[in-house]
Design a protein. Structure first.
Lengths: 211, 94
C-alpha cells in the first residue's frame, strides 16, 4: 500500500472517530489543528494564536448520539488566568463561537461557550470544562467534562510522553447522562495523540498538531 | 612590554566582542513538553539564536546565541512570556 494511501486512510479513520482536552492556545504565531472524535460527535478546529492570551480560528462539530447537528463557527479562545508555578501550571480559558447550525434542512444561528480550568504538573493532570450550546430552535444544551491523568514516568522534553487518563462526561439532555472514558495520551514534541473507549461503547481518538 | 600588553588587551577585547552568549533561563510553569515546544520555536525564529535546549526536569531553557550576537534580558522575558511562561532567573555565560 502506498504511503499516501495509508496516510489518507489513517486521516479518514481519525476524522470519523476522536476527543481531546488540550489547551486551546499555543504560542504567539503558532497554529494548532485539533481533531476530537468521541461519543458526543466529531470536532475539528484550527486555531492561530496571535497574542499570548488569545487565539482565533474555525470550529466545526458534527454531533452524534442525539440530534445529528452540524455546527460551523468562528472560534475565539481567551486565556483568562494563568498561574505559572515552580512545579506546575494552572489555567482558566474561555472558548466561544457564533455561527450556523444545520439540522434536517434547517439552518439556525448558533452560539456556544465553554470554560476550561486545568492544572498540570509533570506527574498529574486535572481539568474541568462546562460547555453551553444554543442552536437556535434546534437545541439548547449544557454539558460538562472532567479529566484526571497521571504520567507513569517523568519524561523530559525530547522523550515520548505518556499519560494514563480518565474522563467523565455529564450530558443531562442525552440518554447516557454520565459517560466514563479511560484513555491513554501520547505526545512527542508537537504531536499529540489520544485513544480511549467509553462506557457507552464509543472509540475515542484525538489528535493535535502544532506548527 | 607596553606594546605586548596593548596587543593582548585588543585581542581579548575582540574575542569578547565576537563571542557567543549562553543564557540559562529558569522558568516557572514549564511542565509539559508539548506546550514547551513553543519556546523552542519562538527562540529558533530569532536571528540572534543558534540553538535552544529545553530541560523540563530542571525547568531550564538554555539559549546559545550566534557569534557576536546576544539577546537582552527584556527580550528573553518577553519571548518566554509570549510562549506562556514566567522567568524567575537568568544567568549568562560565554
Amino acid at each position: 500500500m502506498k504511503t499516501t494511501t495509508l496516510l489518507a486512510l489513517l486521516l479518514a479513520t481519525f476524522s470519523t472517530a476522536l476527543v481531546s482536552e488540550a489547551k486551546p492556545l499555543s504560542y504567539v504565531g503558532g497554529t494548532m489543528v485539533m481533531q476530537e472524535n468521541d461519543e458526543t460527535g466529531h470536532t475539528i478546529s484550527l486555531d492561530y494564536t496571535f497574542i499570548p492570551t488569545n487565539a482565533f480560528g474555525l470550529y466545526v462539530k458534527q454531533e452524534e448520539n442525539g440530534k445529528d447537528i452540524l455546527m460551523v463557527t468562528p472560534e475565539f479562545n481567551t486565556l483568562l488566568k494563568r498561574w505559572n508555578l515552580p512545579d506546575g501550571q494552572g489555567n482558566i480559558f474561555n472558548m466561544s463561537g457564533a455561527g450556523l447550525a444545520h439540522y434536517r434542512d434547517n439552518n439556525q444561528p448558533c452560539l456556544w461557550t465553554a470554560f476550561l480550568a486545568d492544572y498540570e504538573s509533570r506527574r498529574w493532570f486535572f481539568s474541568y470544562e462546562p460547555r453551553f450550546v444554543w442552536d437556535g430552535n434546534i437545541e439548547k444544551s449544557v454539558w460538562q467534562r472532567a479529566r484526571i491523568g497521571i504520567a507513569p514516568y517523568l519524561a523530559n522534553y525530547n522523550d515520548l510522553n505518556t499519560w494514563i487518563m480518565f474522563q467523565v462526561d455529564h450530558h443531562p439532555a442525552k440518554h447516557d447522562h454520565f459517560v466514563a472514558t479511560p484513555l491513554i495520551r501520547f505526545f512527542y514534541k508537537t504531536y499529540l495523540f489520544e485513544v480511549g473507549y467509553s462506557s457507552n461503547q464509543h472509540i475515542m481518538v484525538n489528535w493535535q498538531i502544532q506548527f | 612590554m607596553k606594546k605586548y600588553l596593548l596587543t593582548m588587551i585588543i585581542i581579548f577585547g575582540l574575542t569578547a566582542a565576537v563571542s557567543a552568549d549562553t543564557i540559562k533561563a529558569t522558568v516557572n510553569g514549564m511542565v509539559c513538553g508539548f506546550c514547551a515546544t513553543g519556546i523552542e520555536k519562538t527562540f529558533r525564529a530569532q536571528p540572534e539564536v543558534k540553538t535552544v535546549d529545553v530541560d523540563l526536569e530542571n525547568k531550564l531553557v538554555t539559549i546559545h546565541t550566534k557569534q557576536g550576537q546576544t539577546l537582552d534580558d527584556a527580550k528573553i522575558k518577553k519571548l518566554l512570556g509570549n510562549a506562556g511562561y514566567s522567568v524567575v532567573a537568568l544567568v549568562r555565560g560565554k
